[in-house]
Design a protein around this ligand. Structure first.
Ligand code: PHE
Length: 340
């Protein structure tokens, strides 16, 4: 009898059900009024007295085993029903949110693509710079007032005083130091200046600066390059004008305005009714800078230019508050989702 009980226990263990019919089969077979457990209980009579107690205990265990299994099967079936109930295959799928490129990335990528079409390659450098790369190599003598033009964030780094770069001209110094002309490169990146945050100024912004060095590079080349850029960026009708300016690292230097694309140069509040908008600084690389970076100014000449990405984005997307670019407000950012 003991072996039979063991065998039944094994069967209960291995049993599996798939639906209510097989569940009922299990119940009837093991626990029904004519089921195997009942039958065994009635055959207990014929067991010798000294074994009765032991057999009774084993039989009780078997009964509990079958009942526990039955409960388990019931739970299994009801949770199966619940999950099939919950899945409605005809329901339309939930739309997943599509990310968007940041407007500044869109503009930066467009600037890179415009210049790469005329042979410029991208170079990048560190945001924490030393005095040499951000100032001295660029012809800013120590204590020169031109250093005040760029409100610098200084940082102590060990013994050395470092600064957050105030422009990506620092990257161009690194390129000049490490390569021989011809050089045709643009350096996009984030720059920092200690300014109070307002709609028109921020303590960090983004630049793309360009550098072209070769034999016989002239101011006319610079002007044509910038005109090409303006037309690619703002449309065929775009015009540029150059106004004399000053930068320590270029001579002569100029500031460049582009005709206002918002009002077709007729005058609006963005261009302050002048028809022109300032977009970049530029000039012929000062011979002192070439010398400091190991390039012979008797052999080579070159030009450089630098523009603010936020400024170009402001004109392209008509976003006038600079703070919007760094606040990560999804309502602002999702307007730049492709196809919206
Ligand atoms: N580095 C200048 C700035 O950040 C821009 C510039 C670059 C001007 C190259 C002239 C030539 O303001």
């Amino acid at each position: 009898m003991k072996e039979y009980i063991d065998e039944l226990a094994g069967q209960i263990e291995a049993y599996s059900i798939t639906n209510t019919a097989t569940l009922e089969e299990f119940r009837i077979h093991f626990l029904g009024s004519k089921g195997v457990v009942k039958e065994l209980f009635s055959s207990l009579k014929s067991v010798p007295n000294e074994e009765k107690k032991e057999m009774g205990r084993l039989l009780n265990d078997l009964k509990i085993k079958a009942e526990t299994k039955l409960e388990l099967f019931k739970e299994q079936l009801s949770s199966q029903e619940k999950t099939t109930e919950r899945i409605d295959l005809s329901r339309p799928a939930e739309e997943s949110a599509i990310g968007a490129h940041h407007p500044l990335s869109l503009v930066r990528n467009e600037i890179i693509s415009i210049f790469s079409r005329i042979g410029y390659v991208v170079s990048e450098g560190p945001e924490i710079e030393d005095d040499w790369h951000n100032f001295s190599a660029l012809n800013f003598p120590p204590e020169h007032p031109a250093r005040d033009m760029q409100d610098t964030f200084f940082i102590e780094k060990g013994e050395k005083e470092m600064a957050l770069r105030t422009h990506t001209s620092s990257v161009q110094v690194r390129v000049m130091e490490n390569s021989t002309p011809p050089i045709r490169t643009i350096s996009p990146g984030r720059v920092y200046r200690n300014e109070a945050i307002s709609a028109r100024a921020h303590c960090f912004f983004h630049q793309v600066e360009g550098l072209y060095i070769d034999k016989n590079v002239s101011f006319a080349d610079l002007k044509q390059t910038l005109l090409y850029f303006a037309k690619e960026m703002f449309g065929e009708k775009a015009q540029i004008r150059l106004r004399p300016s000053y930068f320590p690292f270029t001579e002569p230097s100029a500031e460049v305005d582009v005709s206002c694309s918002i009002c077709n140069a007729e005058g609006c509040n963005v261009c302050k009714y002048s028809g022109w908008l300032e977009i970049l600084g530029c000039g012929m690389v000062d011979p002192n800078v070439l010398k400091a970076c190991g390039i012979d100014p008797e052999v080579y000449t070159g030009f450089a230019f630098g523009m603010g990405v936020e400024r170009i984005a402001q004109l392209k997307f008509k976003v006038s508050d600079l703070r919007l670019y760094s606040e990560n407000d999804v309502r602002f950012l999702k307007q730049f989702t492709p196809g919206v």
